[in-house]
Write a protein that binds this ligand. Sequence first.
Ligand code: NAD
Length: 542
Amino acid sequence: MNNAIFNYPMPTNEPVKSYAPGSPERKALQEALKELSGKTIDIPLIIGGKEIRTGKIGKVVMPHDHKKVLATYHLCTEKEVKMAIDAAMKAKKAWADMPFPSRASIMLKIADLLATKYRPLIAAAVMLGQSKNAYQAEIDAPCELIDFLRFNVHFAQEIYRNQTNRDALTLNRMEYRPLEGFVLTVTPFNFTAIAGNLNLSPALMGNTTVWKPSTTSLLSNYYLMQIFKEAGLPDGVVNFVPGSGSLIGNVCTNHKDFGGFHFTGSTKVFNSVWENIGKNLSKYKSYPKIVGETGGKDFIFAHTSADVKALAVALVRGAYEYQGQKCSAASRAYIPKSIWTPVKAEIGKMLKEIKMGDVQDFSNLINAVIDETSFDNCMTYIAHAKKSKDAEIVFGGTGDKKKGYFIEPTLILAKEPKYKSMEEEIFGPILTVYVYPDTDYEKTLKLCDTTSPYALTGAIFANDRAAIEIADDILHYAAGNFYINDKPTGAVVGQQPFGGARASGTNDKAGSYLNLIRWTSPRSIKENFVPPTDYKYPFLVK
Ligand code: NAD
């Protein structure tokens, strides 16, 4: 019997391990890499806790060595999507009725399993399947996912604690019900932490999900399902359905019990699903809650007072870590003419040293882009810049897809501020720089604000405080995560809640109560202890 009010204090962030030579974590990770890279597993669908194999097979390969098959996986058909919806609906009542401390314990156990027993396994799966180096894998899953889980329990408690006043003779209460129906989650390839969080944040609030994972992150995503089960997440709370996004999206958004959509991925896909939802509105019991974090064309804007070295490091790390495949990656920069030559020299020095290659060689900072489609897309932008009179390739500009999908970190100098690669999201290791006249600071800030439809992350580098104030003002709506003298990537749960507006999403801030509250349907309850027994109000008396 639960007869106490428990307390979940604000946690601290999971410490990021160094993986330095000789460290125990490096040894454990290398063993896990050896094990996973030496076998091919079979990934089934998992619906209501049952493994389902459809025989429609796809392959999971290493992006940096694409002949190596890490797994085969089974693709769903319409039948399995409907089964997943039924399983989510069947599991819903018992899960929603489970007391919050029990749901919280399952989430905290998943976090602790990730922090200990499964840390090397999940990091190795992210490295091999999504081509991240050891550090990039560490800050994704395990660490960020652990943070999402631990902080969300605290934030959920704060939501549940949020109560109204009482009046004499009455009691008022707020109840935070899960949504009616199931939640469709569609997750991106680039962060396993996001894939986990998109399911577990609605689940923490008592919802059940139909999960469409990205086919290029299936290895780590499948291991997550196994960890969820070991931690005691009941069957049917998260239903794992690899397959075609449009098929799964269409079946789910056509269903009367569709209650919510939790998405991270490109703006184009988000818009298409939202349009479908709009067309089907009359079919649903409630207006579905729609949460989507989408694309970005994230900027670094420098003032003449910027520290040249700090700016150059932010540009290199912000643009090229994880091959620029972060929604927050710096992909356009505005540099004043007077500091461009030293900034360029600093970037050049770093790029000369930086190595690219297989994730299992820990000296490589840069690995491969996710797949051939992404490789070809990036190379199209590079080819365009090579031919255009409005652009020039300053660093990089080559790619090779024979063994893995490798693209050299590339810097394009745009002679026109609205050159193609200053405006469009590329999602690869390509940074475009526009050099502006020192005297045009405010004019160029306005240009930065209006050049792309996105508003996810952005950074200003300046030591002049008044210049920072001006940038803060002109760029007020240009980024949901705004950085001063720091790179625009690497948001930390509990420190910088993440998300942007404009074409970058609904800005419901993953890793904060703002996201969790979207998975609730609040109910106000008023209880009258002494209800009136006469209809007449005193003013009616003559
Ligand atoms: P994507 O949009 O190609 O795919 C995302 C998911 O949608 C995948 O699971 C995919 O299979 C699925 N999908 C594809 N077509 C679909 C359809 N018609 N209906 C339903 N689902 C469909 O994105 P991606 O390549 O996996 O990830 C990169 C994108 O994600 C970039 O645009 C990036 O900016 C964005 N992203 C944003 C954030 C953020 O927090 N704002 C975080 C990570 C990634």
